[in-house]
Design a protein around this ligand. Structure first.
Ligand code: GLU
Length: 276
């Protein structure tokens, strides 16, 4: 009787352990080619994170994510990319939808209360994209103008807090909607990181239409988001990022993804050092 009880209890513990391992974006999926890892990226940011029409993915964040996943023991074919829009990132990590997020995700204190970050792996700056013939030349010129940014982004928050509190700010789910609004004349400017805006501006369909003002309105330290408390994963990702810089893969990914956009990026940041 006693023995049976213990056995039942151990079986319950075992079942719990098995289902716990299946959580957190690193699923056992033995039916279709072994373990998979779920990684959050952007789907609509050329040069950063883009889902191509053929279903493949490109961009600097995609290359960083692929390198990091490999260091964690996952081949490219084992990666399942998941779209994590700016406003969804903290929740996606808390729910365990993805193991980590590489999505132009700036490290800041508000987010650090909800998630943990590895990195930083890139330093970008908030900037403004306007039509080529626009008279807008600096952040303060936006007051009273129609401006577009993305919900849940540091870019939108900075506008409200300090850059242009009386701009008429429209917040969309993604930057591609903002670029379409700029092209149609529905807004006078789009604001977010220079790294993102440069990628849009260099696309063939927009060539010659927009200009990037080079304002450097903030420091955006891109980190890799992980679930709060998952220190083991943070440590592994930091080791992977350091290796990516040391073996020159970081520079190769920069050249391939930012070169075509003419984006002059900052040098590789040091792990754990945030530029305020
Ligand atoms: N890096 C900024 C942020 O994390 C803007 C880009 C984005 O929305 O992903 O909010």
């Amino acid at each position: 009787m006693k023995l049976r009880k213990v056995t039942a209890a151990s079986a319950a513990v075992l079942a719990l352990t098995v289902s716990a391992t299946a959580c957190g974006g690193g699923d056992k999926d033995s039916g279709s080619g072994g373990d998979k890892i779920k990684v959050g990226i952007k789907y609509d940011q050329p040069g950063i994170g883009l889902k191509e029409p053929d279903g493949s993915f490109s961009g600097f964040d995609v290359d960083v994510a692929t390198y990091v996943a490999k260091e964690l023991g996952y081949e490219p074919k084992q990666i399942q990319f998941v779209e994590t829009k700016s406003a969804d990132r903290e929740n996606a990590l808390s729910r365990g939808d993805v193991k980590f997020i590489v999505a132009s995700y700036s490290i800041n204190d508000k987010r650090k209360a909800k998630v943990d970050f590895a990195g930083p792996y890139l330093l970008a700056h908030q900037d403004l994209l306007v039509k080529s013939d626009s008279k807008i030349a600096k952040g303060a010129d936006l007051n009273g103008k129609n401006l577009c940014s993305v919900a849940g982004s540091t870019s939108a928050q900075n506008i409200k807090d300090k850059i242009a509190p009386s701009a008429n700010l429209r917040q969309n789910p993604g930057y591609s909607e903002c670029i379409a609004a700029l092209q149609s004349g529905a807004v006078d400017a789009v604001t977010t990181d220079d790294s993102i805006l440069a990628g849009f501006a260099s696309q063939d369909k927009y060539k010659g239409q927009f200009k990037l003002l080079g304002e450097q309105l903030s420091n955006e330290n891109y980190g890799i988001g992980v679930k709060k408390g998952d220190k083991a994963t943070v440590d592994k990702i930091n080791a992977a990022l350091k290796k990516m810089v040391d073996d020159k893969s970081w520079q190769k990914a920069v050249d391939e993804n930012f070169g075509p956009a003419g984006y002059k990026n900052e040098p590789a940041p040091k792990i754990g050092v945030i530029v305020k």
